[in-house]
Design a protein around this ligand. Structure first.
Ligand code: NAD
Ligand code: TDX
Length: 360
């Protein structure tokens, strides 16, 4: 199997990227990680505190669209493997301001692909066989590229045609196509994973699960879009990290692998689960259930009804299964948020942004 050594992770100060870096430094004792992250509102260096193997990790604040910077990092750190998380990731923001999604998600992916092609093929002069044996470009994508499902439709497979419905998913679909094209045209050794909704530690509280935890504890309304019956498949973030690692090690080049948790839930079911765990672990002083805070609000424009992932290819070819069920993963998540209120307070107050001022 392929063993990465000097890895450029992009977007590794965000939610999934930071969980992946933490996982990888622990799981692979001989890897070095350079973490290129622009530290937008979604990037938080606190997510990377106290990691085993942190002496093998370097955080660089910078833009994946900055070609000169990417070129320099590839060369200075003899990068053999790129793991690409950096993106604008929030669907609601893509509806109000799509421009940054086109820039980071499409142009940024293009810039990284070009830089790798130039560095590995032109500068290091690797022939196709050596290139494909000794280098990797792994691209992280989403199930949202496949569009939306009716309740009785079969789950998305890797063969499902792309039909993105939001500026976010359209920009991710474009980046997936570019990655695919660099394999077919230039032989770049790429793999892609399309994953369902993640939840877990260090999740930024603009997304449904951490927002509901935050608002529940703050005695604020728990906003449910529309009728609350939209369905998502949920995967614990550490399971996503292990799936990515497995695909980098053993995935077939040029292939995409769907990653999912076999956990389809309506949004109301998700919010009910959070409320009952909180009722048990941190009951309200008045002993009233947190579900009393549920409030139905205006629906998201173009709100996809259902996502469901068929992850059998990943299981059949690479033997991967998630370790957590929704119940075990959600319990860990709620316990983590209750034990890490300073992290949450830093995010809500904006204090986490001060890292940037302290460093530069
Ligand atoms: P996130 O918003 O928490 O993190 C994104 C990170 O990228 C941040 O640290 C941000 O600072 C950084 N970034 C943004 N623009 C950048 C730029 N121009 N240059 C360098 N860094 C930049 O997102 P996430 O939820 O961790 O998602 C990570 C990846 O996984 C994304 O590609 C997303 O599309 C994909 N994904 C997410 C989910 C999910 O449920 N969150 C599911 C499937 C796939
Ligand atoms: O306040 C809310 N109320 C609500 O009902 C929010 C923020 C969301 N929702 C709904 C919309 C969705 O049906 O909950 C569901 C989940 O919403 P998000 O947490 O915004 O996630 P989603 O839009 O499904 O996209 C996520 O999963 C796929 C990530 O943000 C993407 O980056 C990933 O690709």
């Amino acid at each position: 199997s392929y063993q990465p050594k000097n890895i450029l992770v992009t977007g590794g100060a965000g939610f999934i990227g930071s969980n992946f870096v933490r996982y990888l430094l622990g799981a692979a004792k001989d890897v070095n990680v350079v973490n290129l992250d622009l530290l937008t509102y979604a990037g938080n260096p606190d997510n990377l505190k106290g990691m085993d193997g942190e002496e093998r990790h370097t955080l660089v604040q910078g833009d994946i669209c900055d070609r000169a910077l990417v070129d320099r990092l590839l060369r200075e750190h003899s990068i053999d493997t790129v793991v690409h998380f950096a993106a604008e990731s929030h669907v609601d923001r893509s509806i109000t301001a799509p421009g940054e999604f086109v820039r980071t998600n499409i142009e940024g992916t293009y810039c990284l692909l070009e830089a790798c092609r130039q560095f590995w093929q032109t500068e290091q002069k690797l022939d196709k066989e050596t290139l494909q044996q000794t280098r990797r470009f792994h691209h992280i994508s989403t199930d949202e590229v496949y569009g939306t499902l009716e309740l009785d439709d079969p789950a998305f497979t890797e063969e499902t045609p792309f039909a993105p419905n939001s500026p976010y998913s359209a920009s991710k679909a474009a980046s997936d196509h570019l990655v695919r094209a660099y394999f077919h045209t230039y032989g770049l050794p790429v793999t892609t994973t399309n994953c369902s909704n993640n939840y877990g530690f260090y999740h930024f509280p603009e997304k449904l699960i951490p927002l509901v935890i935050l608002n529940a504890l703050g005695q604020k309304p728990l906003p449910i879009y529309g009728d609350g019956k939209n369905v998502r498949d949920w995967l614990f973030v550490a399971d996503h990290a292990s799936a990515i690692h497995r695909v980098i090690e053993s995935g077939r080049l040029g292939e995409t692998y769907n990653v999912g948790g076999w956990n389809e839930k309506t949004n109301l079911e998700v919010v009910d689960t959070i409320c009952s765990l909180l009722n048990e672990l941190k009951p309200r002083e008045d002993k009233v259930s947190y579900t009393e805070q549920i409030t139905f609000v205006k629906d998201r424009p173009g709100h996809d009804r259902r996502y469901a992932i068929d992850a059998t290819k990943l299981e059949r070819e690479l033997g991967w299964r998630p370790a957590e069920t929704f119940e075990t993963g959600m319990r860990k998540t709620i316990e983590w948020y209750l034990a890490n209120q300073p992290w949450l307070n830093n995010v809500v107050s904006g204090d986490y942004r001060k890292w940037v001022e302290k460093q530069y």
